[in-house]
Design a protein around this ligand. Structure first.
Ligand code: ADP
Ligand code: MG
Length: 502
C-alpha cells in the first residue's frame, strides 16, 4: 500500500547521479547509445565468459545515457549490490573503452524508476531477499508522494530522503519482538542534550519494521525541533557522499554541525572503499560531536563485511538492538491496525474477527506480506461487493502464502552457478580431479544441494559424477564447519543461496 521510501530514494539517487538522464544524449543519439551498449555487452560476455555473463549481466539493461553518465538497471536489489561489489569498475572500464561519451555509471533497481514515472512495475521474479525493495501493488490509489521535508532541504546541499508521513510511532505496533527497539527509538527521538546511545543500531530481517521505525524516529525528532537527515544507503552513496566530496573538510564539518540526528537505512548496502571511508568519517564526526546517529541493517554490525573493522566496531559501540520475527499476537495487531487504516478510506470495508485471526496465523513472514494480504482482501471486497468471508480470505491470500514458499532449486543450477563463481567448469565439478581449486567448489555445491533441495545423499552423490553418499556427507559436514569458522565463506555461501532462490 505504501510506496517504498527506499525505492523513491533509489530513483532520486540515480537522478542525482545522472542529472537530466531523461534528456537527449549529449554528443550523440540514443541509437548510438544503444549500439555502444550492445558492444559493451558483447565485450563483457567475451571477457567474463558465458557463465559469469549469464549469471550476473544477462538482466542488466541500459536505461539512458546523459551528461556522461550511463544509467543501468537490474531487476533486483541483490543483483545490484552484487554487481556493485564485484564488477562495477570492470563494467565502467569496458564502457569507457567502447563509448567515449560515458565517464560514470549509475546502477538502479528496475521498478523504482518505472514506478516513479507512474507506471505499474513489471512483474519480475522477485527474490525473497529482494522483497525489501518491492511493495505490494496497492489496491487503493496511493496518496501523492510526500513532499521533501523543507527543514532538511532548505539551504544545504546535504539533502536527505523524504520521510513517509504514514510511517509514524502512532502507526507502529509494539510487541514483544520490537519493544526494545521501539523504546530506544522513542527515547532517542525525544532526548535533549548529547546523544544517549550512539549510534542506535537496529537490525532485523526484511519486512520486520526497520524502515517504519526509522521514519517514526525521524518524525518524532522533528516534532521536537531537531534537524533530521534520513538517508537510504543509495542516497548516502550517490547523493550525500558526492555532496560531501564537493566540499572542503572544514565545510563538511560545518555542515554536519547542522544535523542533530542522522538516520541511515539499510547500511548493509553501503559498498565501495571511498564511500566506506566517507561513512567512517561521517560517523566519527557526528558521534564525536555528540550528535545522534541511528542505523538500520539486516544483520548485526560484526557481519557487515563490506565495512572496515573500525567502522564496524564504531557501529557496535552504541546500542545494538535486534527486532525479532513477528509473533502471532503482533501480526494480529498489525493486521487490525492496517485494516482500520484502510477503513478510513473505505468505510464499508469490514473484516470479521475470525478472518483476521486466520490471516494472522497464515501469513507468518513479515509486515510487508501482512500489508499485501490486507490489500488483497480489500481488492476482493471492492470487486465482489461482498463481505470478506473465511473462504474469500483463503482464496485471496492463497498465492501470497504459496509464493512465499522457497523456489525449488535444481542441482544442475547449483553446479553451474558455483562453477561460474569459482571459475571452474561444471565438468570439473563432476570430475575426479582433486586439486584444491576444484575440491572446494565441489564441496560447496554438494552442501548447497543438500540444503536447498530435497534430494537424498545418495541421489546427490549420483548427480555429482557418481560419488558415494559418504563423500557427500563429508562435504556437507566440512562446509558446515568452515562456515561456522569463516564469516567470509559464510557470507559467500549465503549470497549463492540467495542468488539460487531468486
Ligand atoms: P523493513 O525496513 O524492516 O524491511 P518495513 O519497515 O518496510 O520493514 O516494514 C514492512 C511493512 O510492515 C511496512 O508496511 C510497515 O509499516 C509494516 N510493519 C512492520 N512492522 C510494523 C509494526 N511493528 N507496526 C506496524 N507496521 C509494521
Ligand atoms: Mg527497510
Amino acid at each position: 500500500m505504501f510506496h517504498g521510501g527506499e525505492e523513491r530514494g533509489k530513483a532520486l539517487a540515480a537522478a542525482v547521479e545522472c542529472a537530466g538522464a531523461d534528456g537527449p544524449r549529449q554528443g550523440g543519439s540514443s541509437a548510438d547509445a544503444a549500439e555502444a551498449w550492445g558492444r559493451v555487452r558483447r565485450r563483457l560476455r567475451a571477457e567474463l565468459g558465458e557463465d559469469v555473463f549469464t549469471s550476473w549481466f544477462a538482466r542488466l539493461e541500459l536505461e539512458a545515457v546523459a551528461d556522461g553518465c550511463a544509467r543501468l538497471t537490474v531487476p533486483t536489489r541483490f543483483l545490484k549490490s552484487w554487481i556493485e561489489a564485484h564488477y562495477l569498475d570492470r563494467v565502467l572500464d569496458v564502457y569507457r573503452a567502447e563509448d567515449g561519451a560515458v565517464s560514470r555509471l549509475a546502477l538502479a533497481v528496475r521498478g523504482a524508476s518505472v514506478r516513479e514515472a507512474g507506471k505499474r512495475p513489471e512483474p519480475t521474479h522477485a527474490a525473497r531477499a529482494d522483497a525489501g525493495s518491492r511493495r505490494e501493488p496497492s489496491a487503493t490509489p496511493a496518496p501523492a508522494a510526500p513532499a521533501p521535508q523543507p527543514a532538511a532541504a532548505s539551504d544545504t546541499d546535504i539533502v536527505g530522503a523524504p520521510l513517509d508521513p504514514r510511517l509514524t510511532f502512532d502507526s507502529f505496533v509494539v510487541g514483544r519482538s520490537n519493544a526494545l527497539a521501539h523504546a530506544a527509538g522513542d527515547r532517542v527521538a525525544r532526548h535533549e542534550g548529547p546523544a544517549l546511545y550512539n549510534p542506535l543500531y537496529v537490525h532485523a530481517g526484511v519486512g520486520l519494521g526497520k524502515t517504519h521505525l526509522l521514519h517514526a524516529i525521524g518524525h518524532a525528532a522533528r516534532a521536537h525541533g531537531k534537524r533530521v537527515i534520513y538517508l537510504t544507503a543509495d542516497r548516502f552513496m550517490y547523493g550525500f557522499v558526492s555532496a560531501l566530496k564537493a566540499q572542503t573538510s572544514l565545510a563538511f564539518k560545518e555542515r554536519l554541525r547542522g544535523i542533530d540526528l542522522l538516520i541511515i537505512d539499510d547500511v548493509q548496502f553501503i559498498q565501495g572503499r571511498s564511500i566506506q571511508q566517507e561513512f567512517g568519517h561521517t560517523l566519527n564526526a557526528l558521534i564525536d560531536a555528540g550528535r545522534q546517529v541511528v542505523i538500520a541493517a539486516d544483520r548485526p554490525p560484526a557481519d557487515l563485511e563490506s565495512l572496515d573493522e573500525r567502522a564496524r566496531s564504531r557501529l557496535a559501540g552504541g546500542l545494538v538492538v535486534e527486532v525479532g520475527a513477528l509473533d502471532e499476537d503482533l501480526r494480529h495487531s498489525i493486521l487490525t491496525a492496517r485494516i482500520s487504516a484502510v477503513k478510513a478510506a473505505h468505510p464499508t470495508f469490514a473484516v470479521a474477527a475470525d478472518v483476521v485471526a486466520y490471516v494472522a496465523r497464515q501469513i507468518t513472514t513479515n509486515g510487508r506480506d501482512l500489508e499485501g494480504a490486507v490489500n488483497r482482501l480489500l481488492a476482493h471486497a471492492t470487486l465482489t461487493g461482498a463481505a470478506v468471508t473465511l473462504e474469500t480470505a483463503e482464496t485471496a491470500i492463497r498465492d501470497l502464502v504459496k509464493n512465499r514458499e522457497p523456489k525449488r532449486v535444481k542441482i544442475e543450477e547449483i553446479q553451474k552457478l558455483v562453477a561460474s563463481r569459482y571459475n571452474v567448469s561444471r565438468s570439473d565439478i563432476l570430475s575426479e580431479r582433486r586439486t584444491a581449486a576444484v575440491v572446494r567448489p565441489r564441496q560447496i555445491a554438494m552442501y548447497l544441494s543438500k540444503t536447498l533441495t530435497l534430494r537424498s545423499l545418495p541421489e546427490i552423490g549420483r548427480r555429482f559424477g557418481g560419488r558415494d553418499h559418504t563423500t557427500v556427507l563429508h562435504a556437507v559436514r566440512k562446509i558446515e564447519k568452515c562456515i561456522g569458522e569463516d564469516t567470509g565463506l559464510n557470507e559467500e555461501v549465503e549470497l549463492l543461496k540467495r542468488m539460487l532462490q531468486e
